[in-house]
Write a protein of this length. Sequence first.
Length: 99
Amino acid sequence: MRTRKQTAAVAASGTWKDPDGIRLPAGEVHAWTSGTNQTLCGLPLSRARLLRFPHVAWPDILPESGGSADQVQRVCPRCAAALGHRRDDRPWTRTNPRP
Ligand SMILES: [Zn+2]
């Protein structure tokens, strides 16, 4: 089932638990979509020893969002570029047919 916008989860080199006991990413963070075995920038999750965080959405780990970014030290620029910021670069949108 396709969702409205790009959804990516998070894979990271480390983990910690917040006060609620929720596992959150730490260290270097990549984007990962569930159902695949590699990050968006092409790293194999197992070989790169990245942990998966299917419950953490990509925007939550961006430092500017703050949500789950407390222990994030580095956001992979290639994954960030792959996901983009929705404000530019022609996302996949359907344009209304012209009359
Ligand atoms: Zn990456």
